[in-house]
Design a protein around this ligand. Structure first.
Ligand code: PLP
Length: 386
């Protein structure tokens, strides 16, 4: 059975072109880019090239890109590094719907005497910018707000937020792990100070990420050791990963508009058919203002986990809005923050597509979903049987 992969917000397939570009850096070009010899020197040129490719996708200066090991590291480096550079300021503003890579860091800061404000969202997952403005004061060291939500795909007005934060003289970081490679970004015209991205969300391998640090932004290094990455991130570089990330950014930059339209067409076809054919379903998030690849749907009266297991039987991979932690099923903090009722949050499924999905896969899933929902509703204790 062929796998149909609709879980691209969790991770993506490494593009063939990316793998090809990476291969020589394992057994042939394996030198250390910090070495003085020519063998090492040619590797540092490849890293420079990859830095240019990433910068080109974001329209920024290559010197503003620091390679890291993942999105989580980039988020940690941005938040902790900013606070360490401004130790007198003790307030951080974020949102309730961030990924744990940001939210857990912020919540931990509360244990270290920081005041952390978590802004709420409305039913569609959108922020109230007036509330944000009210909260920024002289004690605020950092505002960290994600670009696009990993569960619903909802896109925050990050450029507007960056402008607002700058007007108050505060630093702004955005976790753009789900946005980079999916929607066009242009940092040359932006007031964003720090931006995190992760390779494995855009068809590069796992274990590589990057942090954009706008020129002049004060940031204390999060990893200390050697002089790699201009002293901003110590540790011998993951050369194949960095080369792969560069290539993935080049591929994304080349096709982003066309891919967007194609992926959006497939996502809309899948989503509209499910909402039409399966009764008692609701779309979570803002239908208009979201990533082109993400659909988050709640199926009333059934558990998301049960749907996932049945989809899995047909070779279809998706993900659910609840995570099984310590034996209890916790509904998604994102959906709960949006006011989605407990039971509907439990019955939510996220389909996230990529450029490698086909219409045939979408049609197959459209055929299977109503059967799955009908079958599970028959077993549900919450549905009245006629
Ligand atoms: N931020 C967001 C919005 C994410 O979706 C993820 C991963 O799912 C991360 C951060 C963490 O990225 P990584 O898996 O590269 O650590």
């Amino acid at each position: 059975m062929k796998t149909i992969y609709f879980d691209n917000n969790a991770t993506t397939k490494v593009a063939e072109e990316v793998l090809k570009e990476m291969k020589p850096f394992f057994c042939d070009l394996y030198g250390n880019p910090s070495s003085m010899h020519t063998f090492g020197g040619q590797i540092s040129r490849k890293i420079r090239n990859a830095r240019e490719q990433v910068a080109n996708l974001l329209s920024c200066d290559p010197a503003e890109i620091i390679f890291t090991s993942c999105g989580t590291e980039s988020d940690n480096a941005a938040i902790k590094g900013t606070l360490a550079a401004a130790p007198k300021k003790r307030k951080v503003i974020t949102t309730r719907v961030e990924h744990p890579a940001v939210l857990s860091v912020c919540r931990d800061l509360e244990n270290h005497g920081y005041t952390v404000i978590e802004l709420g969202v409305d039913k569609k997952g959108n922020l109230d910018l007036d509330q944000l403005e009210e909260q920024i004061d002289d004690d605020t060291a950092l505002v960290t707000i994600m670009y696009a939500n990993n569960e619903t795909g909802v896109i925050f007005p990050v450029e507007k937020i960056a402008e607002l934060v700058k007007s108050k003289g505060t630093i702004f970081h955005t976790d753009a792990v789900q946005a980079v490679g999916k929607i066009p970004l242009n940092l040359s015209k932006s007031n964003i100070d720090l931006l995190s991205l992760s390779g494995h969300k855009l068809h590069a391998p796992k274990g590589v990420g990057a942090l954009y640090v706008r020129k002049g932004t004060r940031l204390h290094p999060f990893m200390v050791g050697g002089h790699q990455e201009a002293g901003k991130r110590a540790g011998t570089e993951n050369v194949p990963g960095i080369v792969g990330l560069g290539k993935a950014c080049q591929l994304a930059a080349k096709n982003i508009k066309e891919e967007n339209e194609r992926v959006k067409y497939l996502r809309d076809k899948l989503e509209n058919a499910i909402l039409r054919k399966c009764p008692d379903c609701i779309l979570n998030g803002d239908k208009k203002n979201r990533l082109p690849n993400t659909a988050n749907i709640s199926f009333k009266y059934i558990e998301g986990e049960a749907i996932l297991l049945m989809l899995d039987k047909y070779g279809i991979c998706a993900s659910s809005g609840s995570a099984c932690t310590s034996g209890s099923l916790e509904p998604s903090h994102v959906l709960r923050a949006m006011g989605v009722p407990f039971t509907a949050a439990h019955g939510s499924i996220r389909f996230s597509l990529s450029r490698y999905n086909t219409e045939k896969e979408v049609d197959y899933t459209i055929e299977k979903m109503p059967q799955i929902v009908k079958k599970l509703r028959k077993l549900s204790p919450f549905v009245e049987k006629g």
